[in-house]
Structure formats: C-alpha cells, structure tokens
Ligand binder design. Structure first.
Ligand code: SF4
Ligand code: SF4
Length: 499
C-alpha cells in the first residue's frame, strides 16, 4: 500500500543549505528524510502519530504578515524578515535582553560565557524594536523578554515599564526563576512595573530532570520562585517544561498535578519538546526525540484518560473566532494562522479533584464552523449581522452540554452570546482563573526543519537591525550574525564593568 507523502524544503543540519525533503507516513508515524549532496542523508521523526497528524492538517489557514520589512531575494529562510512571503502576523514577540545567564545548561550554546561576547540591545534599540512591533496591523499584542536570562539585565523593570508605555497589552518574562527565588521584593517590583506573566522554566517535580537538562538540582529554586511570585502579587505563572525522552517524559502528569495544586498563581503548562542545537550524535538524537503527539499520549496515560488525546487541537483551530470578531467589529483581528503541526493546546477545568477538558462539554468543532459561517454571513449582506445575532440566540446553546459542564462554567457563562461578549481580556482572565491552559509547541531544529512551518510562524524575534524574524528561523540561521553585529567581546565588557 502506498502510504501518504509530500514534498517540502528543509535544511542540511551541517551546512544549513536549503535542500529538498520528503515528509511521509510509515508504520503509523510521520517521518522526514532529506539528502544533502555534500553531507549525506538525514532522517527524523516529524510527528509520532500519523492519524493525529492528518486530523490537525484540517486546520491550515492562509494568513498574512502584519508588516513587510525585507524583500524576496535569497529565498526563505534567508530573507527574514518579515519578507513578502511570510504568512502570519506576530502573535507573540520575543526580545532577548541579554545573552548573559546565571545558569549553565549543558544543552545551551547561546549564553555569553560560551559565545565569548555579550549581546545586550540598548534602551534606545529596545524602544525602536517595540515600536516597530506595535506598528504592525493589527499591532503585536504580546512581548516576551528572554535571553540568556532576562532578569539579570540591568534596568529590567524600566524595560517592562517602557513596553507598557508603548502599548503592549501583555508583557511576559521567560526565566529560570533564580532571581525570583532570591527575592520576593524583586517579584513585587516586576509586578509593579507592569509584568503580566512569568514563563518559568520547569522541567519536573524532582531534581533529576534538572540535573540532566540544567546541570544543577533546581526544584527547590522553582518552588521558591513560585512562592515569591505568589507573595509578590505575580499571579500568572506558566510552567514551561523542556521535554526529553528518557529524562522527564514520565513526569508530565505530575507536572500538571503540581500546576493544579498552585492554580492560584499557575495559569498554564506549556511544554516544549526538545530541539537539538548544533551537531549531535544520531543515536542520542533519536533516543531523546519526542514530538507533540508523544506528549499528548503520555498526558492521557498519566491522567488515567481524564485528559484524552481528543481534547487537543492545533493552534490555528481558533482562527474562525478571529474571523467572527473581525466581521462583527469591522476591525482587523490577530489570526493565529501558524502551521497546524507547530503547536497543540487545550483548556482543562478542575472540579472535585477531576480534570474536565473543555472538549468534554463544548462541541468545539461545531462552534468554530458556526463562527466561520457567521463571519461570512455578516460580510455578505447588511442584514447579516442581525441574522447572525438571531442564530446565536436561538441555536448557540446547542454547542454546550450543560449537564456535563463544570459548575464554575455554568455559573460564569449563561449563554454563547455571553461568552462571546465577555471575550475581552478581563473576562478571559476570569475564565483563566478557573482553568488550566495546557499547550505544547515544538520548536524546530535543523533535523526536522520544514520551511512550510516557518513561513507560517507567529512567534517572532525583534532585532536591533529593524527586522522581525520568525523564531525557528532566527535560532537555526540568523542568531549568530545578529548577535555578533550588536555585541561586545566578553573580556572588553568585563573590563568596562571593573573601571
Ligand atoms: S521565514 Fe518568513 S520572513 Fe523569513 S524568509 Fe521565510 S517567509 Fe520570509
Ligand atoms: S516558533 Fe517554530 S514551532 Fe513555533 S510557530 Fe514558529 S515555526 Fe512553528
């Protein structure tokens, strides 16, 4: 039997040239293989569950970039960006504040000590980068400060304040938590500066995964960091485990349990299956490789089936919601048109000690179809809005099974129109307090790189040279040249600091 396959473009992991690749089905999995004339053949797992791969492929949407900054010259991914070929707007912007770090992860090649230079955009550059992001149409809604370790950048609170002043409705920091664990006052300062969310590196509920991935036993630090966030008023923490086979895949259920225990401050768990940087031994890579469907299956097993595989949908699944709001309000809305195999997510309610995924009581597929049709109807005729409103009132209720819905949901939302009307940030914040977001995004490495994915990327780095570069392209291709162009040798910086 001929199994499914398609052609795409990828990178040679050694010379980073663009080469032809085949993504194909074999024994229930999706694999990627490619051949570089100079460096030979490479094969890797692309998605470990073919059935789920095909299901997710149903939600591929064509979007457009919110800004054009470069021309089409050398071809993707060398024209970043954003170039005229790019197909998604910035849904989350990343800005590295420094490449210095207070941790030495064995897997990290990016920190200043290893790189030999210090990369720290100036305040002026940061301001320009943020203003550029806000000039997109629609404006980029969220910025995440990262690194290195952003909390050791001098003036981080001023940078957060600047982000708020420039107009970002949502500001995040991605951190290992060391500085937060050291000082409750620092957490309070970050909160007062306007920080919304702490993206906390959190690889497990014992010290073992930290020893392997970070080179130190770090669990106590993580717990202390969460405690300080709680006391300091930072009540939106997302736990971010890097998942590696043989290291922490048996702890997924326990990480979710830990999040639920701390639901007063923990809003979500956002898993990142490991990406392999630099040259890595093939057997080591194959042993450690884990993909989104593996995570979903392990979560199902480790929650005794309470969070089943069917609860998860790809990121672009919610695009019809944006279409609907855009048609309703007549204002451009951000569309999450990233590639369907980049990420997966669900929302889970917790009631009487049980997990209730939203998919257990909401017909989410029916609802999205309804919203997509509604958006078309509104755009089609002047009466469309009234007709759609009437349909919402008469048949909106059929998408929700009130008997199966958690009490907290029934109490907060009396109808579908109620949910849509409350669909602003404050109401969503209220909704978030009763639920746990569980998501996964598999950042690409040169082994599984697919240009079709990166062209649709919605997570973008802003760089001091006035570009906006998709995350996976930045890490695979552009990071070294950008950092070198805007950095100083580490010895020179240390000497300047001592003067
Ligand atoms: S990743 Fe996007 S911005 Fe970069 S070259 Fe490809 S299409 Fe253009
Ligand atoms: S960051 Fe990478 S994995 Fe995430 S949306 Fe962009 S291309 Fe996909």
């Amino acid at each position: 039997m001929n199994e499914w396959k398609m052609r795409t473009k990828s990178l040679c992991p050694q010379c980073l040239k663009v080469i032809d690749a085949e993504v194909y089905e074999s024994n229930g999995k999706i694999l990627i293989k490619k051949k570089c004339e100079e460096h030979g053949e490479f094969e890797d797992t692309y998605w470990s569950d073919a059935e789920l791969y095909h299901k997710f492929a149903n939600w591929q949407y064509e979007g457009k970039a919110g800004i054009r900054l470069t021309e089409t010259e050398q071809g993707c991914p060398f024209d970043c960006g954003l170039c005229p070929e790019h197909k998604s707007s910035t849904m989350l912007a990343i800005i590295d504040l420094t490449n210095r770090c207070n941790q030495r992860c064995p897997t990290c090649f990016a920190n200043a000590a290893v790189a030999g230079y210090v990369y720290e955009p100036t305040m002026k550059q940061l301001e320009e980068m943020m203003k550029l992001l806000r000039s997109e149409v629609p404006p980029c809604p969220a910025v995440q400060f990262a690194g290195g370790e952003p909390t050791i950048r001098e003036g981080i609170t001023d940078i957060i304040k600047m982000a708020r002043k420039i107009g970002f409705p949502h500001v995040q920091v991605a951190t290992n938590g060391i500085a937060l664990a050291k000082s409750e006052q620092f957490c309070r300062d970050l909160k007062e500066a306007g920080l919304h969310t702490v993206y906390l590196q959190f690889d497990g509920v014992t010290d073992e995964p930290y020893r392997v991935l970070r080179g130190i036993p770090a669990l106590k630090t993580k717990i202390k960091a969460i405690e300080n966030c709680r006391r300091g008023g930072l009540h939106s923490v997302v736990l971010v485990p890097t998942l590696m086979k043989g290291v922490n895949e048996h702890q997924i259920g326990d990480i979710v349990k830990f999040a639920v225990k701390n639901l007063d401050v923990v809003r979500g768990v956002n898993v990142q299956p490991i990406s392999f940087e630099g040259r890595i031994d093939e057997s080591e890579r194959k042993q450690g490789r884990i993909t989104i469907p593996d995570f979903i299956k392990l979560l199902e097993e480790q929650t005794d089936g309470e969070i089943p595989r069917e609860s998860f949908y790809p990121v672009p699944f919610v695009v019809p919601f944006s279409y609907f709001v855009e048609a309703w309000k007549g204002k451009p809305q951000l569309e999450f048109t990233v590639h369907p195999h980049c990420g997966a997510a669900t929302y889970v309610f917790i009631e009487d000690g049980k997990y209730i995924p939203i998919t257990e009581f909401v017909d989410v597929e029916g609802l999205m179809e309804f919203l997509e049709e509604g958006a078309k109807e509104i755009k089609k005729s002047r009466m469309g809005k009234l007709k759609t409103m009437a349909k919402l009132v008469t048949s909106g209720g059929k998408f929700i099974d009130r008997e199966k819905a958690p009490k907290t949901f029934n109490k907060n939302f009396s109808s579908l129109t109620d949910i849509l009307e409350k669909g602003n940030r404050d109401a969503l914040a209220e909704f978030h307090r009763k639920t746990l977001f569980i998501g996964a995004m598999h950042f690409q490495d040169a082994y599984n790189f697919d240009l079709e994915r990166v062209k649709r990327c919605g997570i973008h780095y802003a760089t001091p040279d006035g570009r906006i570069i998709p995350f996976c392209s930045y890490n695979a291709i552009h990071r070294p040249s950008v950092e070198k162009a805007f950095s100083v040798p580490i010895a020179k910086r240390n000497a300047a600091a001592e003067e």
